[in-house]
Each structure stands twice: as C-alpha cells, then as structure tokens.
Design a protein around this ligand. Structure first.
Ligand SMILES: Nc1ncnc2c1ncn2[C@@H]1O[C@H](COP(=O)(O)OP(=O)(O)OP(=O)(O)O)[C@@H](O)[C@H]1O
Length: 358
C-alpha cells in the first residue's frame, strides 16, 4: 500500500538522500550525499551547482529513475524510495520533465509530440487533438502544430517540450538545464513561460541549472549543490545576498562580477594608495544604509574603485570596493562601524600572491 498522503505535505521532500555509483574501476562515488530538502507546492525552486555536482542525479531520484541508497524521496507526501514499478508509474504521471536537448520525437509532428503522452494514457484521438491545440496555443506556437521539430528554432522546440510535459496536467515540472542550449533572449522568454505555467496552473517547478541568472530570474527558493552535498538553501535573495559557502560566493561573483578577483586586486593595488575594502551591498534597513557616508570622517578619504550593484528579487545586491586612506586607527573605526551594517572584507597585502607571481 502506498504511504498515506500527508495534509500540507511539500510537493517534494528529500530526507537524508544518498546516491552512490561505482566507477568502472570499482571506485565508489557519492553523487548525492545525505541531502535533506523540501520544495513547497506551487513554488519555483532552483537547484544550482557546477558540472558534476549531482544535479541530474537528484532529478532522477525525484522522478524515480534512480533508487536511493539511503534516505527517502517523498512526492506529495508519498514515499517512493522503495516503490515498485506500478506505484512509480502512477507517481511519474504527476511529474513532467523538460530537457536541455528537448528530447522530441523527430518523426512526429509538433502536435504528435504533445499528443504522445495522452495517447499512452489512453485518451481518445479527438480529445487528444483538442488538448494539444489548447496547449500549443498556451505556449505560443499554435500555428506550428503540423510542422516537425527539425523545422523549429531551439526556443520553439522547448515550447513543444513544455506543452508535451504539461499534457497530462502534472503537479510537478522538472526542468533539467532546460535553457542551457538557448541564447539569452530565448532563455528569458522560456523562463517567462515557465513562470506563467507556475502562476496559471499552480505547477510546482524545479529548475536545475548551472547558471545563476536562471535562478535569479524565476526562482523563489534555491538549493546550492556542491560535490553531492547541499551547500546551502533558502530564499534566493537571502542565499545570494549573504552566501555562507565558498561555492555560492563563487557563483555570485561570476554572475554579478562585482567582487575583484586576485588579478583585479593586484591591478587595483598598483593603481591606488591605501587600504582596500570590499563592502557588501544589500537591502539595508532605514537610512543607515548609505555606505559611503561611513567614510565621512575627518582625516579619512575613500574612493570607489571597483564594484557593481544590481537587483535580485527586486532588491539591491552587489558590492563596492573602496581604496581608503587615513590613520589606521580611524580607518579601523570606520570598518568596525560598517561591520555593524554589512559584510566588509579587507584585502590585506599579505593575501596569497597570484599564481605565477612571487
Ligand atoms: N550512472 C552513473 N554511473 C556512474 N557515475 C555516475 C552516474 N551518473 C552520474 N554519475 C556521477 O555522479 C556525479 C554527479 O553527476 P550528475 O550528472 O548528477 O552531475 P550534474 O551536476 O548533473 O553535472 P552536469 O551538469 O555535468 O550533468 C558525477 O561525478 C558523475 O560522473
């Protein structure tokens, strides 16, 4: 018997999930390591990580294509970790998938692709055709129904993929690097379409990506995977404005480009006098938030020499790097006061030298 569905159960819950593989040489590899995570119904969650972090394995565990070695996977409160084929097939009916390479049938028309899962589900032909037409209109390619996938652009192919994934009205949609093969404008359009799917049908969406911009554009929550481990998770703004793990800091740095790399720091140091400070900018309470005002102290002068501020979840995020001159005791006091507001990193001259430099 399937486990009773819990009231208010999250759409997806992973509890201490571990998945191991064996390499050809017999070495054990932990692809997903003791991950505990919940995705609330009706939200859009991002799972982000670099290549090999375990993202695709996580997706395959959620849709039951892989079995956990340890822990539990619950879909709508139902434990599928030890499910048999019949139970899995039923649960998979609640989960739609879209892929980086679209995975469309080349020999079927656009409408034929969308109708396919309905055919498998035994829906009569006329009903299938109506449903496909309705979905293709929804994704904005109602006029392409008789064409074949190879006649479509990447963005149009992904629209077919989305229509097909939605055909059986799944509660959950898993998007595995669904925009990674698309250009930036098309990516924005497809993400906007996913947002509409979420809003109009209440579909819970899990977006698997290595790009922070994707998370930034549509996700409510984000989980950061690093080498199979859950590095951190939470609301997108909270995770990215105050990253607690090195991997998240790296993702933020590469997406916003506001934090100087070692090479940039070396150049800044050769061009500017004084101590170099990077001050994190986020949404600050009250009017105490003007970071430049903290440097308005007699004997201290500061100039902005690097940085950037952008928006995330409609709130400011970024950092500014200052070159600060003045007596050490005064500058120390400025830093201390600023640290009452935000994260301040001082780049000491003793920082590790650049690779290849003495
Ligand atoms: N079937 C398998 N057999 C052996 N090792 C596997 C298998 N599937 C995944 N792995 C290994 O598990 C680790 C995680 O792989 P996974 O594909 O989940 O990562 P990913 O984050 O999706 O990376 P990418 O974005 O490159 O696909 C990798 O080291 C990978 O080589």
């Amino acid at each position: 018997m399937p486990e009773k569905t819990l009231v208010d159960a999250p759409a997806i819950a992973l509890r201490g999930v571990t998945k191991k593989f064996r390499s050809r040489k017999g070495k054990e590899l932990i692809a997903v390591d003791n991950v505990t995570l919940e995705v609330s119904a009706g939200t859009i969650a991002g799972v982000i990580g670099y290549s090999g972090a375990g993202k695709s394995t996580l997706v395959r565990l959620i849709n039951g294509l892989e079995k956990v070695d340890d822990g539990q996977v619950l879909i709508d409160g139902e434990d599928i970790s030890a499910a048999g084929e019949r139970q899995l097939r039923r649960v998979r009916g609640e989960i739609g998938m879209i892929f980086q390479q679209f995975n469309l049938f080349a020999s079927r028309t656009v409408a034929g692709n969308v109708e396919y899962p309905l055919k498998v589900a035994g829906m009569p032909r006329a009903e299938r055709a109506d449903r496909a037409a309705e979905l293709l209109n929804f994704v904005g390619i109602g006029d392409k129904s008789k064409q074949y996938p190879q006649q479509l652009s990447g963005g149009q192919k992904q629209r077919v993929g989305i229509a097909r994934a939605l055909a059986t009205n799944p509660k959950i949609l898993l998007a595995d690097e669904a925009t990674s093969a698309l250009d930036p404008d098309t990516t924005t359009e497809i993400l906007a379409l996913l947002r509409r799917v979420n809003q109009e049908f209440g579909t819970t969406i899990v977006v698997i990506t290595h790009e922070m911009d994707v998370v930034r554009e549509i996700c409510d929550h984000v989980a950061v995977l690093d080498d199979g481990n859950l590095a951190e998770h939470g609301k997108v703004y909270d995770v990215f404005s105050e990253p607690s793990s090195p991997i998240t800091r790296r993702l933020v740095r590469s997406a916003i480009g506001d934090i100087p790399t070692d090479a940039v720091l070396a150049r800044l140091r050769s061009r500017h006098q004084g101590r170099l400070l990077t001050v994190a900018i986020r949404e600050f309470d009250s009017d105490a938030g003007d970071v430049t005002a903290y440097f308005a102290v007699p004997g201290v002068s500061a100039s902005v020499i690097f940085g950037g501020i952008t928006e995330l979840s409609r709130r400011p995020i970024g950092s500014l790097t200052f070159a600060v001159q003045g007596p050490d005791a005064e500058v120390d006091r400025v830093i201390e006061r600023l640290r009452g507001l935000t994260t301040v990193t001082e780049h000491h001259l003793t920082d590790k030298p650049l690779a290849g430099e003495a």
